[in-house]
Design a binder for this molecule. Sequence first.
Ligand SMILES: NC(=O)c1ccc[n+]([C@@H]2O[C@H](COP(=O)([O-])OP(=O)(O)OC[C@H]3O[C@@H](n4cnc5c(N)ncnc54)[C@H](OP(=O)(O)O)[C@@H]3O)[C@@H](O)[C@H]2O)c1
Length: 240
Amino acid sequence: MSEPQLAGQTVVVIGGSAGIGLETARLARAEGAEVILVARDRERLERAASEVGARSTAALDATDGGALAQFFEGLPGQIDHVMVTGPGPNYVPLLEMTADQLRHGVGNHLVLTLEVARNAAPKMRPGGSVTVMGGVGGRRIVPGIYSAATAAIPPFAGSLAIELAPVRVNVIAAGFVDTPLSASILGDDLDKRRDELRRTLPIGRVVEPADVAALAVHIMINTALTGATYDIDGGQQLVP
Ligand SMILES: NC(=O)c1ccc[n+]([C@@H]2O[C@H](COP(=O)([O-])OP(=O)(O)OC[C@H]3O[C@@H](n4cnc5c(N)ncnc54)[C@H](OP(=O)(O)O)[C@@H]3O)[C@@H](O)[C@H]2O)c1
């Protein structure tokens, strides 16, 4: 048996009650970390917290800068890692977007990342990390704001990594991951999409939240990683 690699460390998961965040919390716990979960729906959050044995929870909207600042300020002690998941993508066609929706669509994730970094930084230990969920949508053009919004995350995180050092900043760029978010977006087409991915992806299976969690926890553990973006899509980009 190898030693738990996050023993004595504290991990905050923004969006920790479902999908990728919940699996990251579960795996971080298995590696010996204490975890603190943040999400909006209190009931689902408490269920997730007891499932993984979280140290504490905070029910708040992470896009509310004031609530986020208050949360980090009130955290006792130091923290080591923050995983930023949270709000899902916006698929409104560009010509149907208002100027405000466009600003929000592009800026949403960057603002969230910045506010997390700004407020978490004073509490973080050197060598700790902020890991941001992005997507591979920026690698291939799809309709709407998704490509532009995800393409902006890697250089933003790189610049932030310079300013936040010795705390590290990295991005996970995922393709389709089988989470409640994907289920809600695809509705009745979910099984059709899963079948299509099993047939076409080079890995011959669908990427699961636990796959992404394994990458997220590796990024926390490996102190050589900063300013970088890691794709995890089962080879989705290779499929014509
Ligand atoms: N699934 C994919 O295929 C995929 C691919 C690429 C990138 N991503 C990105 O990865 C992130 C996580 O995706 P997921 O599939 O794991 O989503 P999910 O299954 O819907 O889980 C999202 C989690 O974030 C919380 N959350 C959402 N909005 C929030 C907010 N404003 N403030 C605080 N917590 C919030 C949710 O709880 P509450 O609703 O209770 O707040 C939940 O705990 C998203 O940013 C998504 O865009 C997902």
